[in-house]
Ligand binder design. Sequence first.
Ligand code: URA
Length: 399
Amino acid sequence: MIDLWLAERRDGTPQAEEAIRGFVAGVVDGSITDAQRGAWLAFVMVNGMTAEETVFLTTAMTESGNCLSWDGLSGPFVDKHSTGGVGDKVSLILAPLWAFLGKKVPMLSGRGLGITGGTLDKLESIPGYRTDLELPQLRSALEEVGCFINGQTPDLAPADRILYATRNETQTVPSIPLITASILSKKLVEGIDRLVLDVKFGSGAFMQTRPDAEALANSLTQVGNAAGVQTSAVLTPMSEPLGRAVGNAVEVEESMATLQGNGPKDLVDLVVELSGEGNAARDALDSGSVFPVWQSMLRAHGGDPEAPLRGGPVKEIVVTAPHSGMIQQCDAGQIGRAVFVLGAGRRRAQDPVHFGVGLHLHAKVGDTVEEGQPLCRILHAEKGLDEARRLVEQAYRIG
Ligand code: URA
């Protein structure tokens, strides 16, 4: 028997919405076999998909499970998605900032994988913080605080979970239509009106080059808007880490400093840009007025804003400048790998992370250093220390 829907994909014949919805439904109810699923994804990887087909796929994946609905609450409902980078703690700051500025932010985030840190891992370094709140608690957080940052629940976009696992096994992750549908389906279930995308490029990013990031940003904005959510994208470099802290607890500390008006410039500038609120956002951060919203968000998630962060105590060593000069490079990829080998990241989704290990960058690109001056402080628990030190030394180039 010929499965026309699979033959069409093989031949690169554009498919109707019904065929794509049928595929997604079959993935979720198990009527499509593993082999068919793998073949379908491989055909998309090789032949691509039209923008219209990508909208059909995104919508079908979004609707493959429940969607959150905020009936009775007044918006606007907004969120941000970053394609991930090293030291990227923007979500921790932007969610309470937007809430302070009158938006509602129903943010569902993920865990780190490989060298990219995960927002949930960072938040779980706060004692008591739960990332598995259920709908009534999420609704109260949105109503009372204006924001939450929670994990995905299994009933949201189940098609993405199945397809993403198969893509990992079949080398079909790097396909723009598949990435687009995967990212957007997980965001469109949030019941948002507006989505801002931070598409990163560089050695510490999912997309290594600017043209690749541009292609992804174009696809995401086109499909997001066609699927009914006002979607915009900002392209940002990830050749050096964002801010000065990289890890889990250390990034929460830097986020709290930023919410109290003491953030590093590159981080504050990016948060302000992504917020779309210009001076109002900058003034709110500078004044420290957003910090109480952060504390309320933590309490809504069961977290204790006053408690010391998890993961301590850790040991410290300092990497110093081998000679004087100006920092020309602080490579995000190498820094990300250093933090990963210390134990802050995970190789497989089920691995635990160490909350306390990480890096503090004392010097970044453009800074001048004298020989022997600290470049980077490594917070460690013995594991991976030698390799992390070597990676940090390689990450820096001093001219
Ligand atoms: N992140 C996702 O959520 N999905 C992809 O396909 C790639 C990156």
